[in-house]
Design a protein around this ligand. Sequence first.
Ligand code: AMP
Ligand code: GLY
Length: 422
Amino acid sequence: MKVMVIGGGGREHAIVKKLKENRKITELYCLPGNGGIAKDAVCVPVAATDLEGIVRFAGEKGIDYAVVTPDDPLALGAVDLLEAAGVPCFGPRKNAAIIEASKVFSKELMKRHGIPTARYERFDKADDALHYLKSASLPIVIKADGLALGKGVIIAQTSEEAEGAVRAMMEDKRFGKSGERIVIEEFLEGPEVSVLCFTDGKTLVPMVSSMDHKRAGEGDTGLNTGGMGTVAPNPYYTPEIADRCMREIFLPTIRAMAEEGRPFSGCLYFGLMLTVDGPKVIEYNCRFGDPETQVVLPLLKTDLFTVMQAVTEGTLADCPVEFEDGAAACVILASEGYPGAYGKGYPIDIPDCLDAEVYVAGAKEKDGGLVTSGGRVLGVTAKAPTLGEALKKAYAAAEQIHFENVYYRRDIGKRALAALED
Ligand code: AMP
Ligand code: GLY
């Protein structure tokens, strides 16, 4: 079978490596992929948002199955177009991808269906939002409605910051159309958990839980990033909490989407906060998380392609999905300066016999080797029976990898380890 994966980061590398385990796949393409993915799949220089180019390529190559991973093509309707061209896909259609693409939609969905989330108000006019802020308690969370490269959420500690965020989004249009509508919501506290789920719209199978580390600096300080490291499983996510999430959040969400004529098929990602009042939804993503995928998929025992096909065919209920018992840890090796400005083009030296998996996120091929080309460059993932051992292995491998200006957090998993000892 000929399979193509749309996207070109560390997450797509993890998906490609897992798909490669299936012998039925004879040709594997990644659009656009990257210098590291090129070792595992044929990379084709078509951007993930070039929907016409993607559909044309699928037709020319006779692609049998497509995995659409990033938020932008999903929100633009890549799956709808590919299906119309006769290519079965893993990923939600446009009318279901809206669960991530519009925060106003997702908040209103949760309100309509009684799914626990932070209290909120939506605003279409800056004046109304600014008026509301005068009586709101602090801290307060301001969210742009649309996709904003992960930068559309501001946690304001002061009224000035809150006002500034509203003006930047609604008056200065910092996020373009994405900030024309906003949500202002209550600040929640508690441990955060990411749960990625396979779903065909009727059946939902949660994957092993994980914990992201979003801030650039150690001790969760500094700017928000796409994610500086992950661990799985997340020790805060006990079997009791998992049961409650299934009953109160996961199943109600897929039922709500189906009832509203937007059946969700693909990977639905629940960003949860475990508050004193129970688990609440912080965000939905209509796709695999990055870098959550880099710890979750290595623990998947079942063949990924088989599960994906069951999702597409609507037969997930008949497909057993199993995960290993151990733990996984991923440390992101970034370019110093990220998420601000950083240098590019530095040669990367990765020894051959590392006791870890290296997922390439931001690197391109040059003169037979790899050079840095992005802020997040590599994800180094190790597995072990315990989280402590997995972290040791991941850091030992990270230390053996070299490129100029490399930066990584040394405290990935520290909080998870402390929670395990409690
Ligand atoms: P999002 O882009 O929606 O994932 O938000 C980014 C991060 O902002 C989340 O991972 C949380 O850490 C934080 N966040 C979002 N909403 C809230 C909230 N209502 N209360 C506290 N923190 C939040
Ligand atoms: N790691 C969070 C995300 O993929 O959005």
